[in-house]
Design a protein around this ligand. Structure first.
Ligand code: FCB
Length: 452
């Protein structure tokens, strides 16, 4: 307790295009894999879709005013690739560029730094029709799109992330099928992972040509813990790290796939999809790694083969322990110390790279009181205790430079639709009215002194 964050540390909130924008048929936007997936019966709770979402496409000025009132230094948003290239290729759609250009100008006018994520999972459906992330060409199409955005926004954007959570895009999208495009093949997850890594590297090159902004990637580096110091539990964690974490961060930050990643997945794939020179392309110098953290996971050595559809490709003989109490409305354990372990552990494994907490927050079962207020003390505690955990990580030497609350607004929570609320601002999905929750008021107060 008692640490004050310095003025260079950036505090913000985060959102993503498909989760908040709506306006799916407007401004020449093309279809994305999430439009297709959410409109497929049985894929999303209650059949929810992002068609309207928070209607941010029309209400963005109101949302930027909320950010200004909160007093944040920065805002993390993502760009919907199908607004820029409706079919994923060719000449950019000017209406799409104009939308984001106005948004960026609106942020800068309010003295808020944009952190722009280029790919937060809404792949143009036309590219999926050609194989999506199983098609190597998609990585090159991503580089073209990155170059278009670099040219359009150039030096107005100080922070860029190529991809959000490649593990989710590859393993939930192509192995377990819980996310778009909903395929179920273990080898597909490895191929998609490699092509996402390649897209990152090519995207960094394409952005460097156009902008002097800082470049990075956002990962969900799972915080695995062995339940005890038995060799079985330790081996289980190492193998999960290999296929859940290092599969992205080793090629990106070290220029190699870890031998354990290749070893664990050998029965699934020969990795013949790696071309000569790919690792050099992937291993571009970057300025930061963004981390999304929600909960830790405890692992024991287990018995038997991996469950069918398990996203942990090639990893059998492990058990995921039930989450420890207390849990959020997602059923995820609330353990701030896990965030300290994540940041210190990561900076020891990959020294010399700045870290940004690109997402952290909690879905909670909010109750609207008779007077319309939302006393979300549980969410406030979550955010406060995790900011404290970052202070601990910094004190232990981790170079953490920013923190973004997930999320500014309640929004479309992927396969959970609108049933889970992560916002510090409530969205009434009938009227689309925004209401400040107590957690937003707490964050606003905290940002005045930045002392935890
Ligand atoms: C992350 C996603 C983000 C949000 C949070 C709860 O995996 O990046 O879009 O859904 O989880």
């Amino acid at each position: 307790m008692g640490m004050t964050f310095d003025q260079d540390f950036i505090f913000g909130t985060a959102t993503a295009s498909y989760q908040i924008e709506g306006g799916v048929h407007e401004g020449g936007r093309g279809r994305s894999i999430w439009d297709t997936f959410s409109h497929t019966p049985g894929k999303v709770v209650d059949g929810d879709t992002g068609d309207v979402a928070c209607d941010h496409y029309h209400r963005w000025e109101e949302d930027l005013d909320i950010l200004a009132d909160l007093g944040v230094d920065a805002y993390r948003l993502s760009i919907a690739w199908p607004r820029i290239q409706p079919d994923g290729v060719g000449t950019p759609n000017q209406a799409g560029i104009d939308f984001y250009s106005r948004l960026i100008d609106g942020l800068l006018a309010r003295d808020i730094k944009p952190l722009v994520t280029l790919y937060h999972w809404d792949l143009p459906q036309a590219l999926e029709d050609k194989g999506g992330w199983l098609n190597r060409d998609t990585a090159y199409r991503f580089a073209d799109y990155a170059n278009i955005m670099g040219r359009a926004l150039a030096d107005r954007v100080p922070l860029w992330a190529t991809l959000n959570e490649p593990w989710c895009a590859a393993m939930l999208g192509y192995v377990s099928g819980e996310h778009a495009p909903g395929r179920r093949s273990p080898e597909a997850g490895l191929i998609a992972s490699h092509h996402l890594n390649l897209a990152h590297g090519l995207g960094v090159q394409a952005l460097r040509d156009e902008t002097s902004g800082k470049l990075g990637i956002v990962v969900n580096y799972h915080q695995f813990n062995p339940v005890d110091d038995s060799p079985e539990a330790i081996s289980a964690v190492e193998r999960l790290d290999a296929v859940g974490n290092w599969i992205y961060t080793d090629p990106i930050l070290r220029g190699e796939y870890n031998p354990l990643t290749l070893d664990v997945t050998r029965s699934v794939s020969s990795w013949g999809f790696i071309h000569d020179g790919d690792l050099d392309l992937i291993h571009q110098p970057i300025d930061f790694v963004g981390h999304n953290y929600y909960a830790p996971t405890y692992i024991a050595g287990g018995h038997g083969p991996a469950a069918a559809g398990s996203p942990w490709v090639g990893v059998a003989d492990v058990s995921f322990l039930p989450p420890r109490q207390p849990v959020s409305d997602m059923g995820w354990a609330i353990e701030p110390a896990g965030l300290t372990r994540l940041l210190t552990g990561f900076s020891q494994r990959y020294p010399g790279i700045d870290l940004i907490m690109a997402e952290n927050g909690a879905a909670m079962p909010d109750v609207v009181a008779d007077d319309g207020s939302i006393h979300d003390a549980d969410r406030t505690y979550y955010i406060q205790s995790h900011i404290s955990a970052i202070a601990d990580a910094i004190a232990a030497g981790a170079p953490v430079k920013g923190y973004f609350v997930w999320s500014l607004l309640d929004n479309f929570e992927w396969a959970f639709g609108y049933s889970k609320r992560f916002g510090i601002i409530r969205v009434d999905y009938t009227t689309l009215a925004r209401t400040w929750k107590d957690s937003a008021r707490w964050y606003q107060q905290f940002l005045v002194n930045r002392t935890i």
